[in-house]
Write a protein that binds this ligand. Structure first.
Ligand SMILES: *Cc1c(COP(=O)(O)O)cnc(C)c1O
Length: 371
C-alpha cells in the first residue's frame, strides 16, 4: 500500500466541481490580478480569523515582509524569533534590513520559550515573531505581556496554523498582526502561491494594502515605495472554496493525530507531539521524535510510506545565516529536534487502511530488533 506524505490530488477530487466552477468564473470575468475574488476571500478570511482586516498577498514570505515594513521595521532594528522555523520567517526580517535574534524553543510545545525573551531584548529590539509551529500556537499570553512591557510589536507567523486556537482565540488575532501562507501543502492551501496579512489595526491594514501594490492608494498615485505582492484572482477564488472545508479538514487532522497517539503511545523509543492545555492544535505537521530517525525513514520508504523532516537544519546553522555568529550548541532544544524529528503523513483524505498500515509498520520497525 502506498502512503504519500501529502495527497493534494485526493483533496482536489473531493471538491473538484466547486473548484472548477470557481476557476471558470475567474476566466469569465478575467479578474486575474487582485480583483473581486481576492476581495471576497479577504472578507471571508478576516471573519474566519476574528480580525477586522485581511490583505491577500503573493506568499507567506511576502506577508511577513510587508507586515514588518508596514510597522516601520528597518535597518538597525532587531527582531526576535526562533531558529526552529521555515527560513522564510528569518528571511523576511533580513529583507527589511533588520537583524534576526534567536531564542530557543520550549521543550514540550517546541514553540518560542517566553522565559528566554527578556535576556535578548536590547534598545534596538522592535518586534517579536512567535511561530505557531506545526499547527500549535506559541504561548501567547506571556509573549504579549513581555512585548507590551518593552513596547515591542508582536507579529504572529501563523503560516502553519490556519484555524489553530489559543485559549479560544484564533491564530493571527492576538498579536499586532498575523501572517499566513497559503502554499499548496498548508492546512489552507492555494493552487499556486499566496499569503495573507490579518490585523485589527486599520492604519497598518491600509499601509500593507498599499505596499503590496506599488504604494498606490489609487492607480498611478504612488504615496510609498511599494512592491508587486498582489494575490492573483485564481488563488482568491480557490481559497474561498477551500475555506468552507477548513474546519472539517482540521478536525480530520486532529482525528488522525488521536489515532497516532493511541497506536504509537505505547512504543518505547518514540516521543509524540504534545498538545498544550491552552491550545487547539491543527496538526499541519505530525512530528514524532526518535534517535533512530534516518533508519525509520528508510524502513518506511521501502514500504512506500513517505515521511518528511521539518527541519533538518535549524536556521542558525544554515550557511545563509552563519554570519550571525551562532554555533552548534546555541539552541539545544531546536538542535535536538532537527536530529530526531520524523513527520508522518497527516491529512483528511488518509484512509483507515492507510493509517493502520502506517502504525503497524512503525511498530514493526521498533519491535524487529533491526534498529
Ligand atoms: C510556509 C511558511 C512560510 C512561507 O510561506 P510561503 O507562502 O512559502 O512564502 C513562512 N513561515 C512558515 C513558518 C512557514 O511554514
Amino acid at each position: 500500500m502506498r502512503v504519500p506524505f501529502l495527497d493534494l490530488k485526493a483533496q482536489y477530487l473531493s471538491i473538484k466541481e466547486d473548484v472548477d466552477s470557481a476557476l471558470q468564473q475567474v476566466l469569465d470575468r478575467t479578474a486575474f490580478a487582485g480583483g473581486p475574488f481576492v476581495k471576497q476571500f479577504e472578507e471571508e478570511f478576516a471573519r474566519f480569523c476574528g480580525c477586522e482586516h485581511a490583505i491577500g498577498v503573493s506568499s507567506g514570505t511576502a506577508a511577513l515582509w510587508l507586515a514588518m515594513l508596514g510597522l516601520g521595521i528597518g535597518p538597525g532594528d532587531e527582531v526576535i524569533t526562533v531558529p526552529n522555523t521555515f527560513i522564510a520567517t528569518v528571511e523576511a526580517i533580513s529583507f527589511c534590513g533588520a537583524t534576526p535574534v534567536f531564542v530557543d524553543a520550549e521543550q514540550e510545545t517546541l514553540t518560542m520559550n517566553p522565559h528566554l525573551l527578556e535576556a535578548v531584548i536590547t534598545p534596538r529590539t522592535k518586534a517579536i515573531i512567535p511561530v505557531h509551529l506545526f499547527g500549535q500556537m506559541a504561548d501567547m499570553d506571556p509573549i504579549m505581556e513581555i512585548a507590551r512591557k518593552h513596547g515591542l510589536y508582536v507579529i504572529e507567523d501563523a503560516s502553519q496554523a490556519h484555524g489553530a486556537e489559543y485559549r479560544g482565540k484564533k491564530a493571527g488575532s492576538i498579536g499586532d498582526v498575523g501572517c499566513f501562507s497559503f502554499y499548496p501543502g498548508k492546512n489552507l492551501g492555494a493552487y499556486g502561491e499566496a499569503g495573507a496579512v490579518v490585523t485589527n489595526n486599520p492604519e497598518l491594514a491600509q499601509k500593507v494594502r498599499m505596499l503590496r501594490d506599488h504604494g498606490q492608494p489609487r492607480k498611478y498615485h504612488h504615496d510609498l515605495i511599494g512592491w508587486n505582492a498582489r494575490m492573483d484572482g485564481f488563488q482568491g477564488a480557490v481559497l474561498s472554496v477551500k475555506l468552507k472545508h477548513l474546519e472539517r479538514w482540521n478536525e480530520a487532522r486532529r482525528n488522525v493525530a488521536r489515532f497516532y497517539e493511541e497506536a504509537l503511545g505505547k512504543i518505547a523509543g518514540i516521543t509524540l507531539p504534545h498538545e498544550a492545555e491552552y491550545a487547539r492544535h491543527v496538526y499541519h505537521i505530525y512530528a514524532i521524535r526518535t534517535n533512530k530517525r534516518d533508519d525509520l525513514i528508510s524502513f518506511l520508504a521501502k514500504k512506500e510510506i513517505f515521511c518528511g523532516i521539518h527541519y533538518p537544519i535549524p536556521v542558525h546553522l544554515t550557511k545563509a545565516y552563519q554570519f550571525l555568529g551562532y554555533q552548534k550548541g546555541s539552541f539545544p532544544v531546536t538542535e535536538a529536534c532537527a536530529e530526531e524529528f520524523v513527520s508522518l503523513p497527516i491529512y483528511a483524505e488518509l484512509t483507515p487502511q492507510q493509517l493502520e498500515y502506517v502504525v503497524k509498520s512503525i511498530a514493526e520497525f521498533f519491535n524487529s530488533g533491526k534498529n
